[in-house]
Design a protein around this ligand. Sequence first.
Ligand SMILES: [Ca+2]
Length: 347
Amino acid sequence: MEVMRLFPALILFSLLSLSLANKDWDDPERLAEEEGYYKREHSLTQPYQGRGMDIPFWEFGGSTVVTNDYVRLTPDRQSKQGSLWNHVPVGVHNWEILIHFHVHGAGKTLFGDGFAIWYTKERNVMGPVFGNQDYFVGLGVFFDTYSNHNGEHAHEHPYISAMVNNGSLHYDHDRDGTHSQMAGCHAKFRNSDEDTLVAISYINRQLILMTNINGGRSWEPCFVINDVDLPTGYYIGFTATTGDLADNHDIISVKLYDVESQDPPTPPKANAENTVTQEPDWSTVVPRAASQELPRPHVEDSKPFLKPFWYRFFSVTMLGVLIVVFVGVVGGVIWKRRHERNKKRFF
Ligand SMILES: [Ca+2]
């Protein structure tokens, strides 16, 4: 039964994988000429700079630095936040976005926190959710490299997850967003020697995410989510953050395609928030996902928060001193007793 249920999704993945594998990553202009739907105003390719330091159609803030080869949202240093936002609202409601990124750093076992891809109503508002504001309106796709909590969820990190928010939901870092996610998957994209790529498509109210992190043209499915309502007119953005832990979070290229011409759009289903008329106004659709898990109450974690270096240093030092004192006192008492026993024996 499980196999039968998964069968349509597997066929869809295979077709999508084939379609993605046939795309030419190195020549978006030629692809645009051939397929006619590459949207330059929502894309970012090398060379990034136009005149001066500006990137056409994009703005960046915080710790973000633009080089010839990548846009670095954060360096591999503590307590950084960076952003990169497309300032042209997306006017099409069926789209596919291909992103070439690179997350890497010196940390072997401790690194973080990750980055996020956004399709949101607002842009350029810094905050605690991977560098963007909490209670956002729209779609957030999180590339979470640090596991804040292992008890409640069973997945490994790095972890990719998606969340649709109408502005009422809080992203709970202590639970790695598992309270509010629609779906997610484990993906070893960090410190990869290969090019790491992700494709997100939103076609006919279906959100699909695929990764290509092992080199070549092998696209792997991450998730398919049906019945997702996203309006037109929102902004594509990227943000990243580091805290006690750090990493380089680089965006190398972004390519957005209008796939409206391939299928007739399916109007969003009527619900309490989205009142559908004969001709739906795609710009007024409220972000919503049918499969969104219901918000659960936050329960305090028993796992201690990561303490700053000085705290850990003094904790270890103090423990060492206590052990030395304890061994010294016990050793002293034993030595004294033996000494007294020997004295008694002689006298
Ligand atoms: Ca996390």
